[in-house]
Each structure stands twice: as structure tokens, then as C-alpha cells.
Design a protein. Sequence first.
Length: 339
Amino acid sequence: MAQRGTLGVAVIGTGKMGADHVRRLDQVTNGARVAAVVDVDAERVKRIADGIEGCTAHTDAAAAMASDGVDAVLIASPGPAHEAALLTAFEHDLPVLCEKPLTPGSESALRVLEAEQKVGHRLVQVGFMRRYDTEYAKLKALLNTGQLGRPLMLHNRHRNVATPPGFTSEMLINDSVVHEMDITRWLLDQEITAVTVLKPTPSGNAPEGLQDPQFVVFETAGGAIVDVEINVNCGFGYQVQAEVVCERGTARIGDGHALVTNQAGRWGGTIAQDFVERFEDAYDRQVQAWVDATRRGEVTGPSAWDGYATAAVCEAGVRAQNEGGRIEVELVERPAFYS
Ligand code: NAD
Ligand code: ISE
């Protein structure tokens, strides 16, 4: 299909991620412009709009989506606000890039799936941006060749420097491990069937009452075992690492060896300090791929089904965290619409 003109994007939510996406769409991405910005914080949204030619400021997402020049929507508001914004976008038949989570629970995610199916064609890409990270993409391509054989195990480490105020033990699953849920399903091309959460004595770095770190184990439909160290007050840096152990070999990413220095009797490098730095390239590639596909009239990338499936795994994960033991994931049958 022929490329359409410059894509006018409404960005909903202009906090840490939203402001970064506004900058990206304005300065990095080809073929797009920020047509409107939305935030419940009126001063913040006006300040951001004022910096971009032709961009309008709104405190109401519906008004922004109805405004002139808006062809697509990027949702970067907090998870609980996603469902309403998605349903409004569907009313206007607007393609959407929705930051993870699609919605914070499987019931609300199912409502989104039903609404998208009623529109009759796909509109949603979910912001599981790790799929666009160069290293993860290489790992996926290698697994797809089959040369390593069947994946048996996947080890993941997910470390953050420190948690923001209000970060809860459930958020280690819902906000952080949700990325490993998506990457496991994508790399192994299998659904996750059960979750177990083990809880070491909390780190002295963790705020009072926060169960951090946690050790999460997934079982998959094909019999692979996946573990995740989630450790969000490690203090030293932002690290995301993965090692797949297959029948005929292993493959590992995320060691951060892009630049190694030798100096004064020591060797080493630096560690990224947050996701915006570690995954800058992945966010850029994700948004460019979304803009390109949208201008071609296509929807690609992680779908609303991926958003629903991860929400269901999150629910099992939070139950495993609270109740202990192994909790099976409950998934509805995948509609043909998402095959
Ligand atoms: P944030 O708190 O920094 O920003 C959220 C912004 O949304 C705030 O400015 C707030 O005023 C605004 N807001 C709140 N309710 C709104 C509503 N109903 N309509 C419009 N604006 C509203 O949060 P954040 O860290 O930027 O996270 C935003 C989203 O991005 C979340 O879904 C989060 O899970 C996701 N996220 C993704 C990644 C990633 O690596 N992909 C990283 C961080 C956050
Ligand atoms: C945050 O919401 C993200 O999505 C980051 O990618 C993740 O590393 C972090 O733990 C989450 O809180």
C-alpha cells in the first residue's frame, strides 16, 4: 500500500514516557508530527505543546482525538486510564500505540479485544518495545533458525536502580516482570501456562514493606522453564539480561559490552541507569515501525491479544506472590481475529 502523508499523532499522558515519546516523534521519527498532547495536568501539557509548532494542548483525551490533524494515538497515561482512551480511539477508528500494560487486568483487556473485533480490523500495537531492541531481535532471529535446537530454559535478570515512591510488591510483577512475560511468549512462541513466585528476604535497599527482590518461574506450553530475577532497588544500574539454553547451545544478551575500557590496572564499562537510556534504540525503532506501518495502512507488532495474555499471566503472578505455590494461567481461546 502507498505511504500516506505525515502522520498526526495525539500523545495521551506526558509524564516520563509520554514526554520522551513526544520528543521522539518531534525530533527522531520520520513521517510523523505531534498534532496534540493530552494530560490531566493542564500546566504540564500546555508547556509541552508550546514547544511544538502546530501542536494543541488538551486535558481531555476525547477532545484531542476529535481534533483536526489527528490520525493516530500514542497512549502513555497510567495503565488504569488506558481502557477509556482505547475505546475512544476505536470510536474514531484511530490506530493506537498503547504503552504497556494494555489494561491492568484480564477482564478489562478482554473488553478491549471485543471492542477491537467489533471495529472489524486491528488498530492496536502494545508498547512491548523489547521486541525492537537490537540484541533481543538478534536472539529471536537466531532461535528462529533452529540451529540451537529446542529452547529448554530461559534465564532473565531485570534490575532497576531504585523504585519511585508508591511502587508496590505487586508492581514488580505487573509493571516490571510483564516485560519478561511478553519476551518469553515472543522468543519461545509459546503461551505461559503457570507461574510460581519465590521471595527471598528483602534487600536492605528496598523501601520498608516492599518485597524486593523476587524470583519468578514460568512454565510454558512447550515444557520450557523460565526464571526471572526481578530486583528493582539494586542500586548500581539498570540491567536487562537474558540467556536461552537450548538443546545444542546457549545464547545470551544484555551484558552491555559495547565499550570496554582498560585503565589503571582495571577493565570495565558503564551500566545504564534507567530504561530510557538502556532501551533508547528500542523505543526509537518501535515508534518508527508503528509510524511506518500506520502510514502503509497496516497494524504490526505486539497485538491486543499479547496485551490480554500478559495481563492473564500477571494475574497468576500476583496470586502466586500472595498465596504461594504454583498458579495456573487462565486464558480464553485465542480468537481467529488475532491469529
Ligand atoms: P508518569 O506518571 O511519569 O506519567 C503519566 C502521565 O499521565 C502524568 O503526566 C499524568 O498527569 C498523566 N495522566 C494521568 N491520568 C491521565 C489521563 N486519564 N489522561 C491523560 N493523562 C493522564 O508515568 P510513566 O512512567 O510515563 O508511565 C506511563 C505509561 O508508560 C504506563 O502505562 C507505564 O506502564 C508505561 N511505561 C512503559 C515503560 C517501558 O519500558 N515500555 C517504562 C515506563 C513506563
Ligand atoms: C517500568 O514501568 C518499565 O516498563 C520498565 O521497562 C521496567 O524496567 C520497570 O521495572 C518498570 O517499572
